[in-house]
Design a protein around this ligand. Structure first.
Ligand SMILES: Cc1ncc(COP(=O)(O)O)c(C=O)c1O
Length: 385
């Protein structure tokens, strides 16, 4: 009998097996499920990007191994996008590495800097890949609770000194999945100072940087000295509804970028160049589609907020992302189970994102307004009887 590695054994089982099973059972019985579970945009990739892809896929020059940190043209485009959008300088020569989606880079990055026994500082609730990437690299995570009373920012002053000494990477993600919160300028300044002082790498996940409503999130490189310690992960997935295309990038400190590129050179061979070509169109073509997308998510957010407020739920209005983090009185697993059973509505229990997510449920607003309104009606009929 084969034995899986100790590494694989450490990967926790999928938490939502039971909910998934129940959801499938209900669907097979012909029930109409409203699914707020999956964080995957429901709208199609904009037409101009698809047209660019159709053209590029026919070009034999793109059919060979991509290799390296990505095409010169795409890296140049990314650099120009950062200058135009955030007024920050990123050198396309050595400060960018194209990824097969930002998840790929986030997962591989700890292999570059984590030795057995090393620690990553990982926010929770949070995107699970920071922890899993650390585990796979043989390291351990020290979890930083994100509390509502602290605007879902971690308290760096609360980390014990012995942990700080062993920590190699600090992960942060704003606009934040699952809470929809932002990081403010003072906090980010403190983070950079903390990382510099303690020789810790800042791995900044900006996958939702373009999904914002009232205010634009701060780019980490607009903080003085950030590039000395920071690698940012970003992606076309959410901004241009391109989750299935698998294209993103890491940018920032050239030493961190070259380490990640070295690991990638030995594991994958880069992102299909036809996709990189389409990525150039995404970043340089019309941005009206992104503006419209923000308006759509904002409208969905407002409809959902009004509805659940009327029912009596408590929440902090998300400032960005397409997630809605709702406080519930119940245990989050029980709540989600109850909602599925009684409202035929799927949501994700907060505890699945870490222990501090207990008492919350995440709704992904990646379904149309009509369905959101229908879900609200169903919820009203449960709680406002
Ligand atoms: C916080 C966060 N980071 C990164 C990703 C990965 O996105 P991608 O690999 O599609 O770029 C996701 C996807 O859901 C996410 O929620």
């Amino acid at each position: 009998m084969f034995q899986v590695s100790e590494r694989l054994k450490k990967i926790p089982p999928y938490l939502f097996v039971e909910i998934d099973k129940k959801k499938k059972e209900l669907i097979s019985k012909g029930e109409e499920i409203i699914d707020f579970g999956v964080g995957d945009p429901d709208l199609p990739t904009p037409e101009n990007i698809i047209s660019a892809m159709k053209k590029s896929v026919e070009n034999p020059k793109f059919h060979r191994y991509p290799f390296g940190k990505g095409t010169k043209e795409f890296r140049k485009t990314i650099s120009e996008f950062y200058k135009k959008n955030y007024d920050v300088d990123i050198n396309p020569e050595d400060e960018i590495c194209v990824l097969i989606g930002s998840k790929e880079g986030i997962a591989h990055f700890p292999l570059c800097f984590i030795n057995p026994g090393d620690i990553s500082l990982v926010p929770e609730p949070g995107y699970p890949v920071y922890h899993l990437g650390t585990l796979i690299a043989g390291g351990e995570s020290y979890f930083l609770p994100l509390k509502e009373e602290n605007n879902f920012l971690p308290d760096l002053g609360n980390i014990p000194q012995n942990i700080v000494k062993k920590a190699k990477i600090l992960y942060l993600n704003y606009p934040n999945n699952p809470t929809g919160s932002f990081a403010n300028y003072d906090f980010l300044k403190d983070v950079v100072k903390f990382c510099k002082k303690n020789n810790i790498i800042l791995a900044y996940d900006a996958a939702y940087s373009e999904i914002y409503f009232e205010e634009k999130p701060i780019n980490i490189f607009s903080i003085d000295g950030a590039k000395d310690v920071t690698i940012e992960f970003n992606s076309l997935s959410k901004t241009y509804n391109m989750t299935g295309w698998r294209v993103g990038w890491a940018c920032g400190n050239s030493f961190l970028i070259s380490a990640l590129a070295k690991i990638k050179e030995n594991i994958d061979s880069g992102t299909f160049e036809a996709i990189q070509f389409a990525g150039i169109e995404a970043l340089t073509g019309t941005q009206e589609t992104v503006k419209k997308l923000r308006e759509i998510y904002k409208k969905r957010r407002d409809i959902f907020a009004d509805g659940i407020k009327e029912i009596g739920f408590d929440f902090k209005m998300p400032k960005g992302t397409f997630y809605f983090w709702v406080r519930v009185k119940d245990n989050s697993m029980k709540f989600v189970d109850f909602l599925l059973e009684n409202g035929k509505i799927v949501a994700t229990p907060g505890v699945g994102f870490g222990p501090s997510g207990e008492g919350y449920v995440r709704f992904s607003l990646t379904i149309n307004e009509e369905k959101i309104k229908k879900a609200i009606e169903r919820m009203k009929s449960i709680w406002q009887k």
